[in-house]
Design a protein around this ligand. Structure first.
Ligand code: G3I
Ligand code: 9MR
Ligand code: ZN
Length: 587
């Protein structure tokens, strides 16, 4: 931003937060709270702080009793729309009484806020054709910021958000069955910690590659301003490759893949380069040392990579396919070697007792890439028991890959695929998606969430509902699928009980204290941008949540505090679901 414009903002309390949200599609939009009136919004008036597409439904939500609302122009407060609030609905997930302010018939691009006479105003929001493009950009750059083993610098947009190369010293842990140094430089830090975990890498990388496969025509031109930009490969693929390269390094000569590379204990809240704990490659502690879930996840992600990189880098595509095939062969030999943290290791486990769904996913992706009948046969022999996972969306998670297996089979146009099976997968997805749409419309906060969804990473579940609906929309294009997916996005971006945007530095009132070591290191003025917080978690697995009032409804069990790793940690898997959802909502 030019410094003269920056000065215009300088008196405002929100300078830091605004710098991320005001530049939309190359236009500078002046946030009103600074130029005009109130310097704080009423949290009872909830909007998507990024905004609403020009042509779609536009609904804000209000949790204080009122009759009417106005939409006002941000820079001068002029009323551009007025309406009546809908009747209050009681929301059992939060305890709130919620009234809808529907201004869908308003169609003028610009920056606005909502005013409720007598109650105050909302945070600003934008109405624009491609309103989520910048959020997509920031969320993808969130991955860049997680890069390990290299210097990272977000550039002049976020001055000071940089760090030198980190975690350059690795070694084999005794549980790996190998000895000696092993650097394995690369990959993304998993989350708020600096570990790198194959299982979570698999779903995260796979989801990004899928976003490319499904929405590539919209993503192709979006520059992420990363070191590889301009190399002829679209940037979302450049970023995914950064992690794929690390995943490939985690494969042993026998084809098996070690489960994770982390320190034995979590580091303190230091910046990446200051974490000097050795980064150790860990295994199962006994032969064959590698885990089936990790190996099958590499097989799946490698098979997708082989498809999508073919036209950009045939050599890399071939390397990925070869690794994928070797990984697959290993899982045939060892179909369910599971992982538990070795004694003395306290970092994340990503322990999954059942790797059948990971194997199904691998077979489906390999079949889609190669067209070989062995993969098709394996899939057809094994998929039926997983079909019911489609009946309770969103279903997919780091430990449940069956929906991705089923969908990739149905998305594949390979000769030899079974048409009845494909029809069943599509049909079940569409039927379940319709039920999600109905539930979302009926929910006072217009989200797909149910009480059981408020677990660790619930914001990822909200994003995954979006992904589910978007896949249904691929099978059977339907505006109600797209709208309901976007409703879940609105929730993540501020239209929620806290009036909080859960994506750092996106929106005027966004999460400030994520459980994220670089953000908590004190080296930057605010959190690293574009990162999705985990969200409300009725499981309360940390001391901050445990100390909240006992009778809080599940949707309220959240704290924007650094210590709340069970509700406020960022992680690449829910970040990837967010990216997919944003990609699906681009115009
Ligand atoms: O699915 C069950 C549900 O059926 C049950 O009713 C509910 C009761 O609490 O639990 C649900 O499972 C929870 C699961 O997350 C949901 O995905 C578990 O309790 C909960 O312990 C589990 O938390 C995982 C957490 O690690 C602790 O192991 C998260 O999924 C996982 O995302 C998180 O991952 C961590 C890594 O270990 C380390 N790096 C950071 C990363 C993010 O926080
Ligand atoms: O920072 C850790 C986070 O990445 C994990 O998701 C979480 C659960 O495994 O654990 C966090 O580390 C905490 C540890 O479990 C307990 N002591 C405090 C640590 C956070 O400072
Ligand atoms: Zn690192």
């Amino acid at each position: 931003m030019p410094s003269s414009l920056f000065l215009a903002f300088i008196h405002a309390p929100f300078v830091q937060k605004l710098s991320a949200s005001v530049v939309i599609a190359g236009l500078l939009l002046f946030p009103a709270s600074l130029a005009h009136g109130a310097d704080s919004a009423n949290a009872a008036i909830k909007v998507d702080q990024v905004g609403y597409p020009l042509d779609g439904p536009k609904v804000a939500l209000v949790s204080t009793p009122a009759e009417t609302f106005q939409v006002r122009r941000a820079n001068d407060g002029i009323v551009v729309f007025q309406g009546k609030l809908a009747q209050a609905q009681a929301d059992s997930l939060t305890g709130d009484q919620v009234q809808a302010a529907d201004f869908s018939s308003f169609h003028k691009a610009g920056s606005y806020y909502l005013e409720i006479p007598g109650a105050g105003r909302s945070w600003n929001f934008t109405v624009a054709k491609n309103v989520f493009e910048r959020t997509y950009y920031l969320a993808m750059r969130g991955f860049y910021g997680q890069r390990c083993g290299t210097a990272v610098d977000l550039g002049p947009e976020f001055p000071g958000y940089s760090h030198p190369a980190c975690h350059l010293h690795g070694k084999f842990h005794s549980s790996s069955g190998a000895k000696g140094p092993r650097d394995n430089i690369g990959g993304w830090h998993d989350a708020g910690d600096y570990g790198r975990y194959m299982v979570n890498s698999g779903i995260s990388t796979g989801t990004l590659l899928w976003a490319w496969e499904i929405y590539g025509s919209k993503l192709r031109k979006i520059s992420l301003k990363i070191p590889e930009t301009g190399n002829g490969t679209p940037d979302i693929l450049n970023e995914a490759r950064w992690n794929l390269e690390w995943m490939l390094k985690m494969q042993d000569d026998d084809g098996g893949v070690w489960h994770k590379q982390t320190s034995e204990n979590f580091s303190g809240f230091v910046s990446p380069e200051d974490d000097t704990l050795p980064s150790e490659v860990m295994g199962t502690g006994a032969a064959p040392y590698k885990s089936t879930c990790a190996t099958a996840d590499l097989a799946a992600a490698g098979a997708i990579a082989a498809r999508v990189f073919k036209r950009y880098d045939a050599k890399f595509a071939a390397r990925a396919l070869d690794a994928s095939r070797r990984a697959w062969a290993w899982t045939e030999k060892y179909p369910n070697v599971t992982f538990k943290n070795p004694p003395g290791v306290n970092t994340g486990e990503y322990g999954d007792a059942n790797c059948k769904d990971e194997r199904l996913w691998a077979a489906a992706e390999l079949g889609r890439t190669t067209g070989e009948s062995a993969f098709n046969d394996f899939f057809l022999k094994n998929y039926a028991e997983f079909l019911p996972t489609l009946d309770s969306p969103p279903a997919e998670n780091w430990n449940q890959l069956a929906p991705m297996a089923l969908w990739t089979y149905a998305l594949s146009r390979r000769k030899g695929s079974d048409a009845t099976t494909i029809a069943a997968i599509r049909q079940r997805t569409i039927v379940a998606a319709r039920a999600v749409v109905d539930r979302t419309i009926a929910n006072p906060y217009r989200i797909s969430m149910q009480s059981k969804d408020y677990v660790w990473g619930s914001n990822g579940i909200a994003a995954s509902y979006g992904l589910y609906l978007l896949i249904a929309n691929v099978f059977s294009p339907d505006a109600s699928f797209l709208d309901a997916a976007r409703d879940n996005l609105h929730y993540l971006l501020g239209r929620n009980t806290f009036s909080l945007s859960w994506v750092t530095q996106v929106g005027q009132n966004s999460v400030q204290h994520p459980h994220h070591r670089p953000s908590g290191s004190g080296k930057q003025p605010g959190p690293w941008p574009g990162l999705l917080s985990g969200g409300p978690n009725a499981g309360r697995q940390d001391a901050v949540l445990a100390a909240l009032p006992k009778d809080l409804p599940p949707g309220k069990v959240y704290a924007d505090q650094l210590a709340s790793y069970a509700s406020n940690e960022i992680a690449i898997n829910w970040q990837a679901s967010l990216v997919f959802l944003l990609a699906g909502e681009l115009r």
